[in-house]
Design a protein around this ligand. Structure first.
Ligand code: ZN
Length: 297
């Protein structure tokens, strides 16, 4: 399909870290995630390039026991059943279901900068970053809700285009959340480059205190991610898996703690195999939920 070919072409041009997501000003407002819309992705490994997320048919079954079933050394077993009760978390699944040229228009990115409304994201074979981010996001939303959190999504589905990155920041600020997590994967072509890293902004609207809280959140998330099969980045962060940047609109423009996660390199076969796995996405969601729980304790 033409759109697919256009998207594929663009994916090779637009690496994830080079162009974080942005959203159109006409985009809808925040999406309060409800249990009925946060079904776990199916185990289908290869969603369609154009529109389909990794599947959304399975209705999650709330279960008190599942919230404590973490194989991680830092389990949630000793925590109350609803450790995130009263907390609000914004989940931003990066990029869009459909990329069009309209997303190239410039929007404010913070610090007097501008950047494109949104980018296409990267891909691993026929598996686009936006579908990975959406599938992981659905898993994470369901888990956070089971832990008692109110969750707000920055985009309602994996079919549309937008919203722009600055609008996602506005959605975040409006929700007055305790934290934002923006979900991405990288597309680095360096041979052997793999692993995850966590981006923090050193120029946030919320100021130095919010920047410090964001770094603390990143470290709590890292502690959990280090217990998964996805290694720390071999090519960014010098082994710390942390990367401070000043060009990420979705972090620059927010007043609350937030991080952007690059959860593996889709151009690396080992990372891509993990990203394609519904089981591993559940592992990632559990790690992120546990990290958030620790950070907001
Ligand atoms: Zn991305």
């Amino acid at each position: 399909m033409t759109v697919s070919r256009l998207l594929v072409t663009f994916l090779f041009l637009a690496g994830c870290t080079a162009a974080p997501p942005t959203t159109p000003a006409s985009a809808p407002g925040p999406v309060a995630a409800s249990p009925s819309t946060t079904a776990s992705p199916s185990t289908t490994a290869s969603p369609s390039l154009t529109t389909h997320p990794a599947g959304e048919s399975a209705t999650p079954t709330p279960s008190a026991t599942r919230t404590t079933a973490s194989p991680s050394p830092r389990t949630t077993a000793d925590q109350p059943a609803k450790p995130l009760a009263g907390r609000t978390i914004v989940v931003d699944p990066g990029h869009n279901g459909v990329w069009t040229k309209a997303l190239n228009r410039q929007v404010p990115a913070g610090n007097g900068r501008t950047k494109p409304c949104n980018s296409s994201g990267t891909a691993g074979g026929d598996f686009p970053e936006h579908a990975f981010a959406w599938a992981l996001g659905q898993e994470l939303v369901a888990r956070l809700q089971r832990l008692g959190a109110k969750v707000v999504l920055t985009r309602p589905n994996d079919h549309g285009s937008g919203p722009c990155v600055n609008v996602r920041a506005a959605i975040t600020n409006r929700a007055k959340p305790d934290a934002l997590v923006s979900l991405h994967a990288d597309g680095n072509l360096t041979k052997g480059a793999r692993g995850y890293h966590i981006i923090v902004s050193s120029t946030m609207l919320g100021g130095a205190a919010v920047e410090r809280e964001s770094v603390a959140l990143a470290k709590d998330l890292r502690a959990q991610l280090d217990d998964t099969a996805l290694p720390r980045s071999t090519y960014i962060g010098g082994g710390t898996a942390l990367h401070a940047r000043t060009d990420i609109a979705g972090l620059n423009l927010i007043k609350v703690p937030g991080v952007m996660l690059e959860l593996g390199n889709m151009r690396n076969a080992a990372d891509l195999a993990l990203q394609r796995s519904a089981g591993f996405r559940r592992t990632l969601a559990r790690a992120l939920a546990d990290g958030l729980t620790e950070a907001l304790r």
